[in-house]
Write a protein that binds this ligand. Structure first.
Ligand SMILES: Nc1nc2c(ncn2[C@@H]2O[C@H](COP(=O)(O)OP(=O)(O)OP(=O)(O)O)[C@@H](O)[C@H]2O)c(=O)[nH]1
Ligand SMILES: [Mg+2]
Length: 454
């Protein structure tokens, strides 16, 4: 983040809604005396200066130099230490005209505001103690969530779901640290018998392990997964692709080699964003374009999270596909499908899931199987807090490692002052997660990923 300003008192302004024509737009400000300074461009100065926290104030934005009316607006007022940033701040609800918005922001600058950097409002919320880093990270996750589920998981983190779990861990670790400190300070009191509550460390480890298990699930909701339909020509891949999409996107025909290049589309399976690929059917062909399509199919299959391999149920597994079938079969992300089960006499053999794009038989079972593979047992329970930041995950892994080292050391009879080091490092990791121990590099890196106005 260039020119990221850590002077958190000065006056910042930014458009909080998209830079596009719309019915309404919101411009937000924050900083010391920002309410009074906003009143400098408001038709009813006194009203704003005296406005209470959490109130709406009607009037006009006035150009402070020309005194020209710029827009008819509502201004909401938030007084420190309340409000999002914990500072005095205002939000201007104006009409969503781009020239109008530009003029309002210019007016703000004329009375001493500057453009906010990305994430600067949230940064201020963090520095004024309104939220820890796990919550701040959740703010950006909410803004960029691709699905309703991802958004609601982020909302849980914003309400402190992760923070409270981390604090629990911290409590257990601190208990142990203080027990160690006492031992080190007054060794003779215990008659040489060191008592350290190792059970607390085990409890801490359990919480961390569970949080780490939710990481995979959380990532699935946030980034989505790749699911590929592969198989021989005419197996019925495009028909199933269209069924997933609920539209006639891919051409379906009885001619072999109908799909020559791959197609992709985002769909949702139980709230998980899935990028579904329809691919060129595998066969030996003299057609160069088709061969290129088949080559690309293989690449996509290699990189897929889930491979749906479809065998034409009316024909069974063909000789020339055995090789590719066997190649993928041994992977744990593979589902073997037996197509066209609506046709009389088409019955899936052992190991295949029967499916029909015509009567949709097997479709729900397929969705369940896909979910099983994606989550691999790491389902999220109810409104459990789901870890989703890589930064937090890495720190938790390190913390867990240190705690295990500590326990190992205790078992091996390593002197207390040495094992104490491991547990203090574990504590540092926890502090870094919530932001009590931070470096400016970390903050800069994190907040620069935000959008302006957040
Ligand atoms: N009865 C029945 N016919 C199906 C079903 N699925 C596909 N078909 C038919 O099978 C033929 C091939 O279907 P496609 O979906 O184009 O097959 P594909 O695997 O995409 O074929 P390529 O693009 O050539 O690789 C078409 O005539 C479809 O109507 C099904 O579930 N039941
Ligand atoms: Mg096709």
């Amino acid at each position: 983040m260039k020119n990221f300003n850590y002077d958190t008192d000065d006056l910042i302004v930014a458009l909080a809604t998209p830079w596009a024509e719309s019915a309404l737009a919101i411009i937000r400000t924050s900083g010391k005396n920002s309410i009074e300074m906003t009143s400098g461009i408001f038709s009813n100065r006194e009203m704003l200066i005296e406005a209470k926290h959490n109130t709406m104030n009607y009037g006009f934005i006035i150009d402070p130099e020309t005194e020209e009316k710029i827009d008819e607006v509502l201004i909401s007022v938030f007084r420190a230490p309340n409000g999002y940033t914990g500072q005095d701040s205002t939000e201007v609800y104006c009409h969503g005209s781009l020239p109008g918005i530009r003029k309002i922001i210019e007016a703000f600058k004329k009375v001493g505001f500057r453009d906010a950097s990305p994430g600067e409002f949230t940064f201020r919320a963090f520095t004024s103690g309104k939220m820890d880093l796990t919550r701040a990270e959740a703010v950006q996750d909410i803004v960029s969530a691709k699905s309703r589920e991802a958004q609601s998981l982020a909302l849980n983190r914003l309400s402190g779901g992760i923070e409270s779990r981390i604090n629990e861990v911290k409590k257990y670790v601190l208990n142990t640290v203080s027990a160690i400190e006492i031992q080190l300070d007054y060794p003779e009191d215990e008659g040489g018998l060191a008592y350290v509550p190792v059970g607390d460390i085990l409890k801490a480890e359990t919480i961390i392990e569970r949080l780490l298990a939710t990481y995979k699930a959380g990532k699935v909701y946030k980034d989505g997964v790749k699911v590929v339909l592969a198989g021989k020509t005419n197996a019925g891949k495009s028909s199933l692709f269209n069924l997933f999409l609920q539209e006639d996107r891919s051409i379906v025909s009885e001619i072999h080699g109908t799909t020559r290049d791959y197609l992709e589309s985002w769909i949702s399976i139980g709230g998980i964003p899935v990028k579904l690929y329809d691919t060129a059917g595998i066969r030996v062909s003299a057609d160069l374009i088709e061969m290129e399509g088949i080559k690309r199919t293989q690449n996509i299959v290699e990189n897929a999270d889930v491979v749906l391999y479809m065998v034409d149920g009316t024909k069974g597994l063909q000789e020339d596909e055995v090789e590719s079938f066997e190649k993928y079969r041994n992977k744990n992300n593979f589902i073997a499908l037996w197509s066209k089960t609506d046709i009389k006499g088409v019955i899936p053999p052992e190991g295949f899931l029967g499916i029909s794009s015509q009567d949709q038989n097997g479709f729900a079972a397929l969705e369940d199987k896909i979910k099983d593979i994606i989550f691999n047992g790491a389902f999220i329970k109810g409104d459990e807090a789901v870890l989703d930041s890589e930064r937090q995950k890495n720190l938790l892994e390190k913390c867990l490692e240190e705690l295990k080292l500590f326990r190992q050391g205790m078992e091996d009879g390593v002197p207390l002052d040495l094992v104490a080091q491991d547990i203090k490092e574990a504590l540092d990791c926890l502090g870094e997660i919530t932001g009590e121990v931070t470096t400016s590099d970390l903050l800069e890196n994190m907040f620069s990923q935000f959008c302006v106005g957040k």
